[in-house]
Design a protein around this ligand. Structure first.
Ligand code: NI
Length: 181
């Protein structure tokens, strides 16, 4: 399997809507998922959507392991989510910093639903049905947006809280923490 180049904002393929997966448990899907995992790990991302490597299918992966260097980071289970559907729970929104592997070196504050239910399928076509909140919910919304052709800057309300990491956080060292998806 292989680390694939990640498309960057400006590439028109990132603005397209992805198509549903119709066949599970195929060698093609397994190969796509292996490439996505390799690419996400190599770039230390929290998630990755298939269109980010130029594949217009409704496939996302995400997950954040518990990292002793960042004890406050919320853990998110490693997940393959295919043909997802999101259903917000309540109307409460929460703002939080996001990054994206397709927009390297930048961060922005993005409003997201605080709680939601997501449904979809795993790599074998088994059903996934979870109710989550907080960081987990944020990661899912970010990744599923990629399948709709939406990148996080489109959701930013205050452009003053969007910019280059070194300008936004001049005091911070540059940790290799999970940095978007
Ligand atoms: Ni992203």
């Amino acid at each position: 399997m292989a680390i694939r180049p990640v498309l960057k904002m400006g590439d028109p393929r990132l603005w397209e809507k992805s198509l549903p997966v119709v066949a599970f448990d195929t060698p093609e899907l397994a190969a796509l998922l292996a490439d996505m995992r390799d690419t996400m790990q190599a770039m230390n991302g929290a998630g990755l959507a298939a269109p980010q490597i130029g594949v217009g299918l409704q496939v996302v992966i995400f997950g954040v392991e518990n990292n002793p260097r960042y004890p406050d980071a919320e853990e998110v289970p490693q997940t393959v989510l295919i043909n997802p559907r999101l259903q917000p729970i309540g109307e409460e929104m929460e703002e939080g910093w996001e990054g994206c592997l397709s927009i390297p070196g930048m961060r922005g504050v993005v409003p997201r639903f605080k709680s939601l239910r997501y449904q979809g399928f795993d790599a074998s076509g088994g059903p996934i049905d979870r109710t989550v909140s907080g960081f987990h919910a944020r990661v899912v919304q970010h990744e599923v947006d990629h399948l709709l052709g939406v990148l996080y800057p489109l959701r930013i309300r205050d452009p003053r809280r969007f910019g280059f990491i070194e300008a936004l956080f001049p005091e911070a060292s540059q940790p290799d923490e999970p940095s978007g998806g």
